[in-house]
Ligand binder design. Structure first.
Ligand code: 2IT
Length: 446
């Protein structure tokens, strides 16, 4: 494989799909050396096949808003790779959703799911529906109209969607209600992130954030550091940020910042139960602003227009959106003494930011390893659904611990450089790639 040639071809075929091209380039660059040691991969054109989704389902969703106006959205399900299991991955509702964004996410998901140790292929879906400012009734009507189109393409052994940005427990409930009505079957395992009374798994709501903190714990242990007494800056305030803030606080760290598109909350005294619970209230308001946090809690200050990375911290956890931490942010973090950055959002850092952080020799780990606890626990939800039982929170949490530990081990195994530095990006990409490639090789040319 030659990265330059492959990328030139992809840019020609998919002009302007910047997020997708960025995600593919990162993986190609880190696996090139290993790939070229395996002539059987080259012969079977594994990488040429792996970078393209198996199929993209595109559909129009039309619905009626509260004022009686007719609205139309553009919607997709991208079934990326099913070498190691049924398609699996979240659904994103965000005004900027397009094929580039969902292809990057589906590509990343394929590697991430391979890292979890569970049998899940990669997929992603979504809509350019913007939940900001929508009423609960509008969200329900949109979810129902979305499922009316999608239902025939998914199933517990075919493709299992879940939540992502803009899609949480509420939306999964509305989606499932309509699915069940159309399919005339109680296929519990067709979606994950379900409610606890109808097939959901304990710990799934917390799992992305919890898993991320378990991964960070392993990174820190290896580096002789500890979360206890460390300061943590978190971007976002949604489901992922909430789980991360909760576990970081429980493990003795001080969460001194959360943020939104409107600015950052400086929270010098850290979180408590009330503050953490309030993050959920903010998300459920559909306003997508974090400022009310500072009105509610006297010891917190709102700084408009600033990112979480402007607050001095030991550990930075991007938990919001792709490319939310750029080169200038990386420099600002380094100047403030940050010694660990772990992406909890998918592709949270730009390639320039990653190069800056790794160049400075600080701990850095990519989203596909750090945030894999979310989809891993979705996999555990599928297992429970298939067995028609539910495990205790302790049982799920123990399995999540085991999975995050094994992902960390895989990153160290494939990412350890001669100078001892762990390149977690390389480690995660090679470990994920090897598993999918092996499966594709054994399944022939399809
Ligand atoms: O990015 C992700 O891993 C998710 N949004 C979770 C996907 C899932 O199927 O649980």
């Amino acid at each position: 494989m030659n990265v330059t040639t492959l990328m030139a071809e992809l840019e020609r075929r998919h002009p302007g799909e910047s997020e997708y091209l960025q995600a593919v380039r990162e993986v190609l660059e880190s696996i090139e050396e290993t790939y070229n040691l395996h002539p059987e991969f080259e012969k079977a054109k594994i990488i040429e096949r792996m970078v393209e989704p198996d199929r993209i389902i595109t559909f129009r969703v039309t619905w009626v808003d509260d004022r009686g106006e007719i609205r139309t959205n553009l919607d997709y399900r991208i079934q990326f790779n099913s070498a190691i299991g049924p398609y699996k991955g979240g659904i994103r509702f965000h005004k900027a959703v397009n094929t580039s964004m969902l292809k990057f996410l589906g590509f990343e998901q394929t590697f991430k799911n391979a890292l979890t140790t569970l049998p899940m292929g990669g997929a992603k879906g979504g809509s350019d529906f913007d939940p900001v400012g929508k009423s609960d009734a509008e969200i329900m009507r949109f979810c129902q109209a979305f499922m009316l189109e999608l239902w025939n393409n998914i199933g517990p052994d075919t493709d299992v969607p879940a939540g992502d940005v803009g899609v949480g427990g509420r939306e999964i409930g509305y989606l499932y209600g309509m699915y069940k009505k159309l399919a005339r079957e109680y296929n519990t395992g067709v979606l994950t992130g379900k409610g606890m009374t109808w097939g959901g798994s304990l710990i799934r709501p917390e799992a992305t954030g919890y898993g991320a903190l378990y991964f960070v714990q392993h990174m820190l242990d290896r580096a002789g550091r500890s979360l206890k007494g460390s300061t943590v800056a978190i971007s976002g305030f949604g489901n992922v940020a909430w789980g991360a803030a909760k576990k970081a606080t429980e493990l003795g760290a001080k969460v001194i910042a959360i943020s939104g598109p409107d600015g950052v909350i400086h929270n010098p005294n850290g979180m408590n139960d009330e503050k953490i619970a309030y993050m959920l209230t903010l998300r459920a308001s559909n306003q997508n602003i974090v400022a009310p946090f500072a009105e509610r809690f006297d010891d917190a200050t709102f700084i408009p227009g600033k990112k979480a990375w402007s607050i001095k911290c030991d550990i930075a956890l991007p938990c919001a959106f792709q490319n939310e931490l750029g080169e200038e942010d990386a420099k600002e973090l380094l100047a403030n003494g940050t010694w660990c950055v772990a992406e909890v959002s998918n592709m949270g850092c730009t390639p320039e930011a990653i190069a800056t952080l790794q160049g400075a020799g600080i701990l850095f780990a990519p989203g596909k390893a750090v945030n894999a606890g979310g989809v891993a626990t979705s996999g555990l939800e599928m297992t429970q659904n298939a067995m028609h039982i539910s495990w205790s929170a302790a049982e799920v949490d123990e399995k999540l611990h085991y999975i995050m530990h094994s992902i960390h081990e895989a990153c160290v195994k494939y990412g350890k450089q001669e100078d001892g530095y762990i390149n977690y990006v390389k480690g995660a990409n090679i470990a994920g790639f090897m598993k999918v490639a092996q499966a594709m090789l054994e399944q022939g040319i399809v």
